[in-house]
Design a protein around this ligand. Structure first.
Ligand code: V0V
Ligand code: CO
Length: 146
């Protein structure tokens, strides 16, 4: 069951500059940064709030580290902006299968590694009314309050 908005993924040209904008404008601080070699990106997670189910909501800022990455190609075509939304679930495997059974294309056969040790998969934007949609199960130790 999808229980919350885990994050909104925003593609940017310069991660450090964009992090500074979010800090200076809203006071959001970086909880975590990492490079994801498989996805060809560097990212910063800004934690916006905790949630009663033990999860949290983030803004995920994404910078491309190679021209042929998903984010690199998207930035070249669209410029900066909202790239995807991610719904949180305790069972990404089960929810991905359920969605697949409804005829929506799930992009990965098995969930892959996401931010902070999470497990993630994506639904094709053309099957989701133009929204690239991610499903994410947080790593147990990444859950705030645990
Ligand atoms: C492409 N399209 C989009 C879109 N990207 N529509 C809405 N939102 C997006 N982000 C549309 C595009 O306008 C085209 O429509 C059509 O889909 C095909 O696009 P394309 O430019 O040819 O791109 P593709 O097909 O090469 O790639 C699109 C897909 C790709 C969705 C397959 O973005 C993908 O594999 N995404 C999953 C991985 C990912 O997003 N990684 C980065 C975040 P028209 O022009 O034909 O009408 S990684 C992450 O979030 C992590 C690690 C985390 O959260 O922990
Ligand atoms: Co994401």
């Amino acid at each position: 069951m999808l229980t919350r908005i885990d994050h909104i993924g925003i593609a940017c040209f310069d991660l450090d500059e964009t992090v500074e904008f979010y800090r200076a404008t809203y006071g959001f601080e970086v909880l975590h940064t990492e490079a994801n070699e498989e996805q060809g990106l560097r990212e910063a997670m800004l934690r916006i709030n905790g949630a009663s189910d033990g999860g949290a909501s983030y803004v995920q800022l994404l910078e491309s580290t190679r021209d042929d990455s998903v984010i690199g190609k998207w930035l070249a075509k669209n410029g900066e902006g909202v790239h995807h939304i991610a719904f949180g679930t305790e069972d990404v495997d089960g929810d991905a299968e359920a969605v697949r059974g409804k005829g929506v294309r799930v992009l990965y056969d098995e969930p892959r590694r996401g931010s902070m040790g999470s497990r993630i998969t994506f639904l094709h934007p053309k099957d989701c009314h133009g929204v690239l949609t991610e499903l994410v199960t947080a790593a147990p130790q990444a859950t705030p309050g645990h």
